[in-house]
Design a protein around this ligand. Structure first.
Ligand code: SAM
Length: 278
């Protein structure tokens, strides 16, 4: 949809953009095509779209997918979406908050589930974290997000962007950055650059750990105090000095290293050794 058609809709319904809800609507067809190509939507797929806006991406998804569930928080957009997309019998609109909706109710026992979205940037990380932590049964997550967040998700040990979010996403998914997107591709233009990123869920998490909650707790503690050595950061676990020494020795990890240098596998090893001692 170009900016003129979006303006038409805005005028037709007297719609006002809400900055608070992260409403930057896509007006660049080449970005739309890249999102659709990389999400690889087929007529057997159940798509969950978060934040359909006035339905630019939704309309294209509806042409390709078996069914599209769109979750929109802004009540003002509900009648617009109902009217503009009324010709599609495979369109299911949910008025709700993507941080609260029970996606399991939508997913049921379906296998071919894909999340596709141009996410509202103010809740990008909580939405991604929720989808992964709840361990929903989905195949892929293709989203447009703020460039900085995309780079954090895709980064490797040793990079300054590498952190708890990189580990969370890479624990569950293969990550592929599709493209950069400039602010001029949206109306109104956001203040930041964006990225389209595709995450394919792995059949099994990247590392097998004895206790997933402990693994992520260790990751969190290690990055909460980035400049601290692992030895200092993991004092928050309140283990005895002897057990701490044993855990580092057994996992063959130097306690003077910082969390940002550890691969997911190394975090897994350390977490399992700590688990044995707790
Ligand atoms: N998909 C449209 C597009 O590409 O033009 C709109 C994308 S816009 C960046 C984000 C959309 O998410 C807006 O429609 C906004 O109202 C909606 N939104 C904001 N917070 C939300 C939430 N917590 N749950 C669901 N939708 C939300």
């Amino acid at each position: 949809m170009d900016k003129f058609s979006i303006r038409d809709i805005v005028n037709k319904y007297g719609f006002r953009f809400s900055k608070k809800l992260g409403q930057n609507f896509l007006i660049d067809d080449s970005v739309l095509e890249d999102i659709l190509d990389s999400s690889n939507v087929s007529n057997k797929d159940l798509i969950i779209e978060i934040g359909p806006g006035v339905g630019t991406l939704t309309r294209e998804l509806l042409k390709r997918a078996e069914v599209v569930y769109a979750v929109e928080l802004d009540l003002n957009l509900i009648p617009i979406l109902q009217e503009e997309l009324k010709d599609f019998s495979n369109f299911k609109l949910i008025h709700g908050d993507a941080l609260k909706v029970d996606f399991n109710e939508i997913i049921g026992d379906r296998d071919n589930v894909k999340f596709v979205a141009n996410l509202p940037y103010y809740v990008t990380t909580p939405i991604i974290s929720r989808i992964l932590n709840e361990n929903y049964n989905f195949k892929s997550l293709t989203i447009m997000i703020q460039k900085e967040v995309g780079e954090r998700i895709a980064s490797d040990p040793g990079c300054k962007e590498y952190g708890a979010l990189s580990i969370l996403v890479q624990y569950y998914c293969n990550v592929h950055i599709v493209r950069r997107v400039s602010p001029s591709s949206f109306i109104p233009s956001p203040k930041v650059d964006s990225i389209v990123i595709n995450m394919e869920k792995l059949n099994e998490p990247r590392v097998k750990v004895k206790d997933k909650n402990l693994f992520f707790k260790i990751v969190r503690f290690s990055f909460n105090m980035r400049r601290k050595t692992l030895w200092n950061a993991l004092k928050s676990l309140k283990m005895s000095k002897t057990d701490m020494e044993l855990a580092f020795e057994k996992s063959n990890i130097d306690p003077k290293r910082r969390g940002e240098t550890l691969s997911i596998k190394e975090f897994g090893k350390l977490s399992d050794c700590i688990y044995e001692l707790l």
